[in-house]
Design a binder for this molecule. Sequence first.
Ligand SMILES: NC(=O)c1ccc[n+]([C@@H]2O[C@H](COP(=O)([O-])OP(=O)(O)OC[C@H]3O[C@@H](n4cnc5c(N)ncnc54)[C@H](O)[C@@H]3O)[C@@H](O)[C@H]2O)c1
Length: 369
Amino acid sequence: MKKINFGFVGCGWIVQKTYLPILKQMNEATLYSVYDIDEEKAQKCAVEFGIKQVFHSVDDLLEAPVDAVIIATPNCTHEAYARKAIMKNKHVICEKPTVLHTSDYEQLQEAAGKQKCLFLPAYVNRFRSEIMELHKILNGGILGNIHTVEAGWIRKCGYPSLGGWFTNKQYAGGGVLVDLGPHILDIALTLFQNRTEPVKATLETWYKNYDLSQVKNYSAQWYDGDKGLHYDIDVETSAFGKVIFTGGKILNVRLSWNAPVEHDETYFVVTGEKGKLIVKTLFGFSTNRADELNRIEVLQNEGNSTTIVFDDVAKEQMKSFNRLCKYIIGCILKEESPQEITDNGRNVVKLTELLYQNEKAKRGDMEVF
Ligand SMILES: NC(=O)c1ccc[n+]([C@@H]2O[C@H](COP(=O)([O-])OP(=O)(O)OC[C@H]3O[C@@H](n4cnc5c(N)ncnc54)[C@H](O)[C@@H]3O)[C@@H](O)[C@H]2O)c1
């Protein structure tokens, strides 16, 4: 059987927590090489996971017989690494928010097409059980024509390291909208059938002032990545977006790292001409859940209602990374380009850019909820 040689550009928190342990278990994958700006970390990681080679530069890594690279570095570096990798005929799996500008995304997509390699946004939450079920239900046409989607990911205290690169605009490209936003927008945009172009987009954002002596207490309890206070904190911590598409379809998005709530939650409320579907869940690794279970409720206008419950919530995020890795391997082995995911990835970047163009920024915490 042909084995796929994976190279890792960046071996930080997400790579060590998910891709490396998962791909190590998969017969079709070889953990071939790693490059990280922090060479000591790369060396340690190579020893821990049995990665064959550590490289001193991304160019060296790309000269090696690597079939696919997983890019998981600070957001501002994704575009240049993806471009280099594609030009060396490597399949590219790029962590969210992929890139920050639509024009860059389109160039990468085109280059990947020419070089006959994948350019795949790693949208893991598509592979969650309740999200796969959501699509199955909607594909059956139970809601009729869908006109409104409300979606959100709200955390009580879930900064992925306050004061690290995630909360600095130069490195991250933005705040919660580029961190949690891509996961939500990727799914939300696929819920409208025959979705058209946005005609209006508005974004309200909140920028908090910090007591820097307390910074360590603000970080998410599950994130043990870069804990240092290295950079200015200059990105939005909460964001409300509203998008109107031609034909009047509406998307409302709410995102926060620090909302005035007791528990973290992720939700989708999908309304169509025949009823409503509600997904109540929690993406990511937070354990601050309101409910022990994830649920889908379907409420039909004629009065019928159904609830589907998903247990095993603690393992769901790792299961979805597992499915993502299998999916990546399947695409590479079958030489199949995942057109829908890649095209939707472009729409996510485009909408994010549009929302930021129409941003109305405020100081402080998100007060309404
Ligand atoms: N899909 C998800 O659920 C998920 C979760 C967390 C993070 N992410 C994404 O994954 C990426 C990495 O996030 P993380 O949490 O692992 O961050 P991290 O800070 O833990 O890891 C980033 C790694 O990149 C290295 N690095 C920094 N600058 C570099 C450069 N110029 N070249 C090479 N290496 C460099 C760092 O040394 C570090 O090891 C981000 O884009 C983030 O948005 C996705």
